[in-house]
Ligand binder design. Structure first.
Ligand SMILES: Cc1cc2nc3c(=O)[nH]c(=O)nc-3n(C[C@H](O)[C@H](O)[C@H](O)COP(=O)(O)OP(=O)(O)OC[C@H]3O[C@@H](n4cnc5c(N)ncnc54)[C@H](O)[C@@H]3O)c2cc1C
Length: 403
């Protein structure tokens, strides 16, 4: 039983990114995943330019992914085809990469870098008082200087560490399946923003068609918890009714697998402590405006590894601060925005504005995709600055009047 520099719980994008980055810098890394190698993850498989940028930073070959040039935004009878914005920070293209293959490419890169990956091994943190000293897996103890919690949406590990989601903050649920379509090679993602539940109530969320370029498309719907009646929302029914809208235009074949749903955590009570950090979904890093979490997993995983390599003693505290500086304000604005669109009237009228003209729709895409920040010059940066300030002022009202 020898000690490791880093023990990672979870071999999804967040855990793999941490393992790749740390192992390439010479750290001794062990990764545990309770699933077998090649496991799938319920996901839309969509990668924004920001996520492609993170994969480029990790030097992952995107040959196997299907390149995407932009988004077709649909609201009622109006459709706007938008290209990804050109920025000097991110590439001008995104991708669709089915998770079974994306996650395998990432973890293979971690193994190539020297990480020891243990499949079908559930790992739990070992606590010595307040400090995490390693993990316990398969009846063995694995001491480590840092435990990276990359276990996805909160479960057992989060309960042990007190890092579950904050219960009065928004979260999301989404469901997806695959189907064959002659349009699998389309270069635009498609998002329908005007979903309605079976009672005709507007649902804050969207339905998607993400063409995978391999004969299939990923078909799904997602919803935010800020709508009235969310607990009774039937995702299977919502997906069926969305499918009814798209199956003609996409000439969809039957579902290739039973639709599966999963959670989208958007907060965490804690994301670090003595000897541990949480990354990706385990840290609640999902964009409330579009449900994207792969990029945040990759970025937070890389950041945690870089800080450990720089100085193991201060890594956890600095990680919490730096990940917060990078994402907290944007994600907070997104959560406030989701309270707002939980009101059907605001959602319907907001959508009219958001897709009203090509110029405004372009700004919507850049802001929702987190492809600008409040320091970005131009209209999109201004909109984000205004939204930040306006929604911060309105925060108490938004919470009091939540749907
Ligand atoms: C329906 C749906 C659609 C989505 N669509 C998109 C999209 O199009 N684009 C996008 O960017 N994001 C999307 N997301 C979000 C995205 O799937 C997640 O943000 C992303 O998977 C987070 O990566 P992660 O590495 O943090 O966690 P995960 O990918 O969930 O990986 C966690 C891993 O930890 C393992 N694990 C858990 N507990 C333990 C344990 N105790 N011991 C060992 N192993 C453990 C699990 O087996 C799993 O392999 C979607 C989510 C849903 C539900």
């Amino acid at each position: 039983m020898s000690g490791h520099d880093i023990a990672v719980i979870g071999a999804g994008p967040a855990g793999a990114a941490a393992a790749i980055q740390a192992a390439r810098s010479g750290a001794d890394v062990v990764v545990f995943d309770k699933a077998p190698y090649g496991r799938d993850k319920v996901c839309g498989d969509g990668l924004t330019p920001r996520a492609v940028g993170a994969l480029n930073e990790l030097k992952i070959d995107l040959e196997d992914a299907h390149r995407i040039d932009g988004l077709r935004m649909i609201a009622g009878s109006r459709a706007r085809e938008l290209d990804w914005p050109t920025t000097d920070r991110f590439p001008a293209h995104g991708a669709v990469w089915p998770r079974r293959r994306l996650d395998a490419a990432l973890i293979d890169a971690a193994v190539d870098a020297g990480a020891d990956v243990r499949w079908e091994s559930e790992a739990l943190p070992i606590l010595d008082g307040e400090r995490v000293t390693g993990v316990e897996a398969g009846g063995e103890r694995w001491p480590a200087d840092l435990v990276v919690v990359a276990a996805g949406a909160p479960g057992r590990v989060a309960r042990i560490l007190g890092s579950e989601r904050i219960t009065d903050e928004p979260f999301g649920l989404a469901i997806r399946t695959y189907a064959e379509s002659p349009r699998h090679g389309d270069r635009h993602l498609e998002a329908c923003l005007t979903l309605e539940d079976e009672h005709g109530t507007a649902v804050p969320g969207y339905g998607w068609m993400f063409p995978a370029g391999d004969g299939t498309v990923n078909v799904g719907v997602g919803a935010l918890s800020t709508m009235k009646g969310f607990t009774n929302l039937n995702l299977n029914t919502l997906l069926e009714s969305y499918r009814g809208l798209v199956e003609g235009p996409w000439q969809l074949g039957p579902n290739l697998e039973r639709p599966r749903a999963w959670r989208l955590p958007m907060t965490a009570q804690r994301r670090h402590g003595h000897g541990w950090v949480a990354v990706g979904d385990a840290a609640g890093l999902i964009n409330p405006m579009n449900g994207e979490g792969i990029d945040y997993g990759l970025e937070s995983g890389m950041l945690a590894a870089d800080l450990f390599i720089d100085d193991p003693a201060t890594a956890a505290v600095r990680y919490d601060r730096l990940v917060g500086e990078r994402f907290d304000s944007f994600l907070r604005t997104g959560r406030r925005f989701s309270f707002l669109i939980g009101h059907p009237w605001i959602l319907r009228n907001g959508l009219r504005v958001a897709v009203g003209t090509q110029a405004v729709a372009n700004i919507t895409l850049a802001v929702m995709g987190n492809l600008v920040d409040s320091g970005t010059p131009g209209a999109a940066g201004r909109v984000l600055r205004l939204a930040d300030r306006g929604l911060a002022l309105a925060d108490p009202l938004l919470r009091r009047t939540r749907a």
